[in-house]
Design a protein around this ligand. Sequence first.
Ligand SMILES: [Zn+2]
Length: 773
Amino acid sequence: MVSSIPDKTVQRIEELRKLLHYHNHRYHVLDDPELPDPAYDALFRELQALEKEHPDLQTLDSPTLRVGAPAQDKFTKVEHRMPMLSLDNAFAPQDLLDFDRRIKDRLKAHISTDSVHSDPALFSSARVDYVAEPKLDGLAVSLVYLDGVFSQGSTRGDGLIGEDITPNLRTIKNLPLSLKDAPTGRIEVRGEVFIDKRSFEALNEEQRKKNDKVFVNPRNAAAGSLRLLDSSITAGRPLKLIAYSIGLTEVEGELPDNHWDTLQWLASMGVPIGQDSALLNGIECCQQYYDDILDRRQSLSFEIDGVVFKVNHFTLQNALGFVARGPRWAIAHKFPAEEATTRLLAVDFQVGRTGALTPVARLEPVFVGGAVVSNATLHNMDEVERKGVKVGDTVIVRRAGDVIPEVVGAIESERPSNAETISLPDRCPVCDSAVIVSDDAAVAKCSGGLICSAQRREALKHFVSRRAMNIDGLGEKLIDQLLQRKLVSRPSDLYHLTREQLLELDLVADKTADNLLASIENSKETTLGKFLYALGIPEVGEVTARQLASHFGGIEGLAGANVEYFVPRGIEGIGEVRANTIANYLREATDLPSVIKRNSTDPAAIQALKSWMQTSIPKIKQQEIDKILEKYPTTEALQQIQSTEIQSRGGSRVEGVGETMAELIVGFFASPQNTDEISRLQAVGVHWTDRHVESSSDDSLSGNTYVITGKFADIKRDDIAAALQARGASVTGSVSKKTTALVCGESAGSKLTKAEALGIPIIDEAGLQELIS
Ligand SMILES: [Zn+2]
């Protein structure tokens, strides 16, 4: 039968396979594509067509298999000829030291008991060579290649028996269907299948659009996708492979005698391996590696839950052997878990500074991300609905880095029958005012304003905060007492507090009272940007407040501006180009009839101006002239027109202030409650430095690049980054020759070492305060 197929076809099919493998490798493994997508697709379709015509010629490693196979009823079982064992875990630094000590003890004992294998120098070395690999949070798989062709792939299962998921694995784009220059025989590659963070977000976005279930985390999505009976669906999932070792491998020729070289050998055959792996000498380097990866954890493109350390040399691995659970020569040093499950006991609604109601989950206390968590945010009612969480559910809680703990989702299979739906209250839980829901149902707010003690409290907290008025020492507990005793009900009241009043409060002694009064006094001298931020205008953050300050230079201009000023509405039909033309002609005109004075009603004068515009400005329409003159009725005004003002979709005059925010700002200053409070604050002596200082401080660090590491006593790392960025600097994750300085807190690790080695200046916390004050 085969003989009836022309040689040319056989050759072409072979050639196409090779080409497609080559380009696939460049694209998905090397991340360096050579061929534009349509050209790749054309080759792919050509091969598909030829194989359809000659099904016998489709090989097991044909790239066309990547689109998935017909759906199966169930997976068949696969026995792992070499068990896929699990690793011991280390949680504390001491665990890692113990691991190293046990290894050295065993290896030394080996020299005396087993003279056959012993290479005394190797066995008694004071520093063992380890290979370190970030531990991906995915699914372990085994891939068997026979004579270089991917033949069978399976899940880890219980370590002894897994499931055959070959068709699903074939759809993974960076998994080689055939190995480059592979020796004859069997090679078993072991690795982790995962979904990177960005693809995970995109996948969930797509699921949402299709009204399909969203996945709670990348691991979950990867596991679900790999175990779909219909592999054509798997083909659409952004799965990736990273190999970390070999299993039972029997090939012609010598194999590498250590783990590191084995990884390089796999890479040379086109198998993707981890880019962050490292060969390290001695356990101290392992500790440093761990610290460094933990530091970079949030910025890595994929989720990891720790670092795996393996003794590099196979001779040593063999001598160390196995215990029931796993190898003695490897350990997984786990990061503090970022996710945990617990029970959702209740949902309370917290009232914020602007009255917005935030659902907060009350949880059975659970240890996650290195701390005990008993409250977590649910953001808003939209999120509650999207996540389908009910009171009584077992929920997944996430706490990563400095981020506020959040409820990620519920485990629906564990939902009790009496689980309760979460609903928005119709009265404010604090002041009992009506709750108003915005038109798009996204925001629910207490309508109580300043009669709502929760809003008053949050407004005060915001006002005194470091980036606002920076009143040091006025914490939550003191604010609560001041409110309860009615000593303070609005920010300006703070400036009337007396020493005697403060001393009556709990926990306030002489020194505290003095410090607090000094701090309140100091806060009177501020910047306009900080003052505007402190006022708590809805939606106006630190950056916008600064923009407003440098645009207006004073509070009067800002308070007098209307929405039209912020977002000029322009004139219908005038696009960007013509707006420019018109503004230019008017500005540069020397023969513009100058007869029009303010509010002139002289018809002849207006007519003269109209005909001047008609004849001098190209392509201007009569109705546009009328509208322009309506808005700019004097010659002077006409000559000062900015093109953005007459453009039909005018840009905003202050960066970041669009129509919605403009309305909020104008609304804020329209309320006498707010303007009275501003007057009171100015009356007690709050003042700011002039506009010049304000705007020049904005980019004082422009062009500089900083790296932040270690722990800081008084400031969070995010805040440091924000403060540096706000001054025009960039902040990056790793130290290089281009780094201006390393901002370094307590117990810094490898970044400090590197900065010192490169001779990069180190800034401590005190130096930092100076830099950003
Ligand atoms: Zn309220």
